[in-house]
Design a protein around this ligand. Sequence first.
Ligand SMILES: *[C@@H]1O[C@H](CO)[C@@H](O)[C@H](O)[C@H]1NC(C)=O
Ligand SMILES: [Zn+2]
Length: 568
Amino acid sequence: MSREEPLLAPRVSSERSSIRYAEEEDALLTGEATGHNEAPRRGWRRWTEIGLFAWALIATIIVIILAVVYQHDSSKNLAGPPKDHWGPGAKPTGKRNLIFMVSDGMGPTSLSMTRSFRQHTEGLPIDDTLILDQHLIGQSRTRSSNSLVTDSAAGATAFSCGHKSYNGAISVLPDHSPCGTVLEAAALAGYKTGLVVTTRLTDATPACFASHANLRQYEDSIAQQEVGEHPLGRVVDLLMGGGRCHFLPNSTQGSCRADDRDIVGLAAEKGFNYLDDRSGFDALNGGAGVKLPLMGLFAEKDIPYEVDRRHQNDVYPSLEEMARTALTALSEATRDSEQGFFLMIEGSRIDHAGHGNDPAAQVHEVMAYDRAFNAVLEFLEKDSTPGVLVGTSDHETGGLAAARQLNKEYPDYLWYPQVLADSKHSSEYAGNKLNEYTSGEGKDKSDKKKKEYILEILKKDMGVTDASDEEVENLLRPDVSTQYIFADIISRRAQIGWSTHGHSAVDVNIYASSSKNAWPLTGNHENIEVGQFLADYLDLDVGAVTKKLRSSAYWTTEAEESPRSGEI
Ligand SMILES: *[C@@H]1O[C@H](CO)[C@@H](O)[C@H](O)[C@H]1NC(C)=O
Ligand SMILES: [Zn+2]
């Protein structure tokens, strides 16, 4: 098949035999010639056959020997990395800080897409890279204990505990027993600790560092544990992000708790300073003189996507601002102590943009994460305490492809970043705006009026002026997600592809402030090795924490709750 032949065109059946056709297919896959054009050379044939037989016999023996040796080697590897695995740079011996960043749902294609988008919109040269690109050190294999495709809970449990578990597990093992986390171990060892996210603080990634639950949906319980109703007492010193609704009693407006417990009040009892808006955040003064523990819940659920948040900077702090403030606060709080701090920072909503198949939202999420990554690098450079930044993703989301074939003709090799640049808002924003209209002001309006409203959103918020009748009709159907349709309108025009609204199994990137300081993570690794590195860097014994947790009466008294939110 010639390279320029259309991929989707039906195969023309050839006059040649199907066996020969299959041979050629093999040849295409292996890159080796099929040999059907060679003239037979009879004189040599017998000797060639004998030679081949001998060679096959020897090769088989070699393969068996290698298999035995290899098996021996890999069973040794299960015992963990060798003790002298710290390479150049080594691990600091005294006080040290560890910042772990999670880019939830960010796969390799997210980087390529965002890099090209930024070059295009900012007029940068074709070799311009993201900060992240300059700090790539390896890859992580992400499967969970029960699936080839992980969720964020099993993914974060691999990081927090260094163990594989099942999808939905919040730092519990496959047998549902709790596993000690790097944050808990750090807190017990005298480190200050922090969690900074852009989604709910009760969502899977932050939850895995400071709580334990059989299911990620138990967010009410997770909120309690995070503020200190935890078998080990309070383990987190700084919490910043969204998810206020799980901390408010069900009698309060904006609550999503099943019960009437006031977790903000509980946090106050545990000593937390509490803030819930931008002015409270600004009063922190960039983190100088902050009194820990501190809890900032800046949104009922998620902090808006960066593509939307940038228009409301006076309402919500950015990930970079929260990261800088947290670094300063934790650094000052540990100025005179023997131990440093552990901080987890998550670019939570890269994942959401993947679930929504929204490329415009995603490029802005990745750029915001890149700026936060840079803020941490700057901190480490200036700070006198040694430290390391390690960043990775729990998994990829969306099966993102930076190219898309939309019809039968052989596709052009391109995608269109300008379409993403023209979209001023996320599909979530556009979908919510339309839903509010059709259930409110526009409820009794004619279809013609509703279509006019849709065309206005498309033009004003998404930069689309060529929507087809079918696309507009689809947005009026009662059985569809308007958000998904808006995202599809953008993706098709940009020629960006998606294979799922869920997660995928592709290996994700590992980044570090310097490969020298995270030497054991260079190359391709299982995700639990990232978790093992975190504990190892701070010389923490998470196994001892696991024992403590298991002997706690807490686990026999934990109340069952009904799951409230869907798996993401
Ligand atoms: C609020 O929580 C209490 C228990 O704490 C429960 O009895 C009540 O039904 C809940 N109310 C709502 C509206 O869910
Ligand atoms: Zn997800």
